[in-house]
Ligand binder design. Structure first.
Ligand code: ATP
Ligand code: MG
Length: 586
């Protein structure tokens, strides 16, 4: 899906969306920003004690007017007191700076993690709404990577990128102004390096973005290998393919390692280049400054102060450019996350969809065609009508399209032509959740959760009473084997229910469907994994459950369908025979 129509978002677009998503936290962000602004005046105070000591304690110059305004006369008059004042000021400034950074740090972590969490939650919600078709095609690991590893980009852009960027830019402007006020010539010398650094940063960003995108793709492939092997663990072992899988994993990981290392090198090189450039600036100021001091144009204290401010000027400058460069990785991630976010579900609910409380259960297919890939039809012109309460059996060879036909009713997929009606209304007109609530489904491959048997049976009805759970288990002929387990209903079934046998899994998923009291039952080979004796026991119990419910039951064994009122026989996506004309019960 993404291969064909790769969306492109501009930096501005990504910024805009990051800001939109951060909106609920704007109070926090402004607070963090204001705290960040405090850094500038605090930084300005750093060299002041030194200046006082050099010029006014050791030397005999008076303090600058602004300073003497804040310091009591008693201290100003006495050099020993002034020295003590300078010493304490040194400590106080550091203490204030550290306090400011501590509070900022905690606030950033708090806001950042919440931002990421809320973005992750939205993405997770979104992929759950995407269609089967999307997930069949995309695979799970890429979506996992995007949700888990690409979402923190929002936090990096909004908090660790944008705020320091604005704050550093402000500091930069203030520092330029301050140095200019002290000595315009030195300020101009200091600023000569700025355009060079800015150009380097721009070049770096443009060049590096594609590399970040690529490394993320490689890493999600690595995740994919692990995920695939873990889900197909039994097959891997059965065919002795562990080593091949390891090699595949290692090769992909190596590629990722190589790309990451290269990126670190490029990032480091960029840092080195910018820092050396600014060091050249400092050296120039030092040279010209000393010349000026020797010529008596400026005082030694002034020069030392300018040099000290220079660090405060180049610090933010380096900060700005490395932030811009470092954000390339986040932009690449944000791009991937937004791409997933903008994936439109194939199966959508209409704006003013109808409510449906409990369907009667009349079902009609009208000239339904369906294709998974848009070209080859898996279902051809399917039409039939059944009244509520009918038991419909579907038989046919493997691959005939039986499961596909059944999956169209709860809208796991939508037909490519034709329509499906429930109680005379197109299924696409109902609210999606309410429509699906009309079905109890037993899938062809039973899927259980890594939880207890009780939780698995009660999955769709968490409030079900103990008796109801046991009744459902009895109907599915599962109660006896469950009672034979050491922990009975509390037995944990393992991941995907792997600690149970195939027939046991199937019976639990049957019990789950029975417990959900829905008007339409869809059973895709519900007894394929159990022996004949168990099957007839289950079928007997099911008689009761199928009463007053429309049931669709798929089976290979025709004997299983004996109890059905209607039998549809499918071949290559068509219904080749039915007995609908015969008297219909129900
Ligand atoms: P079985 O008795 O083996 O379960 P079935 O009658 O249920 O078979 P379906 O699962 O409906 O058959 O499949 C019908 C056709 O659609 C098959 O040719 C299959 O290859 C194809 N098909 C099934 N699921 C998908 C899918 N998710 N994506 C693409 N093609 C699919
Ligand atoms: Mg099937």
């Amino acid at each position: 899906m993404s291969e064909k129509k790769e969306k492109k978002y501009s930096d501005i677009e990504i910024f805009r969306r990051a800001i939109m998503l951060s909106r609920p936290y704007w109070m926090h962000i402004i607070l963090i920003f204001l705290l960040g602004l405090l850094a500038t005046p605090l930084a300005l105070l750093v060299p002041v004690p030194l200046k006082i000591v050099v010029d006014s304690v050791i030397g005999a110059n008076p303090l600058p007017k602004l300073l003497s305004f804040f310091i009591p006369q008693a201290i100003l008059a006495d050099k020993a007191r002034l020295l003590l004042f300078a010493v304490f000021m040194q400590i106080a400034v550091v203490l204030l700076m550290q306090l400011q950074s501590l509070i900022s740090y905690v606030m950033q972590t708090y806001t950042g993690t919440r931002l990421t969490l809320s973005f992750r939650k939205r993405l997770f919600g979104h992929i759950q709404r995407l269609s089967f078709a999307f997930h069949d095609k995309r695979g799970t690991s890429d979506s996992i990577y995007r949700i888990q590893y690409d979402t923190p980009s929002l936090e990096y852009i909004s908090l660790y990128g944008m705020i320091p960027l604005v704050a550093s830019s402000l500091t930069l402007v203030v520092m330029v102004y301050v140095i200019m006020r002290i000595n315009i010539q030195l300020a101009l010398v200091a600023l000569t390096v700025t355009p060079i650094v800015a150009t380097m940063s721009r070049l770096y960003s443009v060049r590096m973005r594609p590399h970040y995108t690529r490394v993320k793709k490689t890493e999600s492939h690595v995740l994919g290998i692990i995920q695939e092997v873990m889900t197909a663990f039994r097959v891997v072992k059965a065919f002795g393919r562990e080593e091949t899988e390891e090699e595949r994993f290692e090769q992909q990981s190596h590629e990722a390692v190589g790309q990451r290392t290269w990126l670190s090198f490029a990032e480091g090189l960029f840092g080195l280049a910018t820092n050396v450039t600014t060091a050249v600036g400092t050296a120039l100021v030092l040279y010209i400054g000393v010349r000026n001091v020797q010529a008596g144009a400026i005082s030694l204290g002034t020069m030392l102060m300018v040099i000290s401010y220079l660090a405060q000027l180049y610090g933010p400058l380096n900060n700005v450019v490395t932030k811009v460069a470092g954000m390339q990785s986040s932009f690449a991630s944000a791009h991937r996350a937004f791409e997933l976010m903008d994936e439109v579900p194939d199966v959508v609910e209409k704006p003013h969809a109808r409510h449906i409380k409990r369907a009667r259960g009349d079902i009609a297919f009208k000239n339904v065609y369906f294709s998974y890939d848009g070209t080859n039809n898996v279902l051809h012109d399917i039409s039939f009508e059944v009244k509520a309460g009918t038991r419909v059996g579907i038989a046919g060879r493997t691959g005939a399209g039986k499961s596909t036909l059944v999956s169209l009713m709860p809208r796991f997929y939508d037909p490519s032509a034709g329509s499906i009606l429930i109680d005379g209304i197109d299924v696409r007109d109902y609210r999606l959740a309410e429509l699906r609530n009309q079905f109890s489904i037993v899938l062809q491959e039973p899927v259980l959760f890594a939880a207890s048997i009780r939780e698995n049976i009660a999955y769709a009805s968490p409030l079900a009473h103990e008796d109801q759970i046991i009744d459902a288990a009895r109907a599915a002929n599962a109660h006896d084997f469950i009672m034979g387990l050491p922990e009975k209903y509390e037995t944990l079934v393992g991941e995907r229910g792997m600690r149970l046998s195939g027939g046991e899994r199937q019976r639990i998923s049957l019990a789950r469907a029975f417990l959900k009291n829905a008007p339409i039952l869809l059973l895709d080979e519900p007894t394929s994994s159990v022996d004949n004796a168990t099957e007839s026991l289950i079928m007997d119990a099911m008689e009761r459950l199928m009463k007053n419910r429309t049931t669709f039951m798929i089976a290979h064994r025709l004997s299983t369908l004996d109890t059905c009122d209607i039998r549809l026989e499918m071949e290559e996506g068509k219904i080749i025979s039915n007995n609908i004309s015969s008297p219909i019960k129900g």
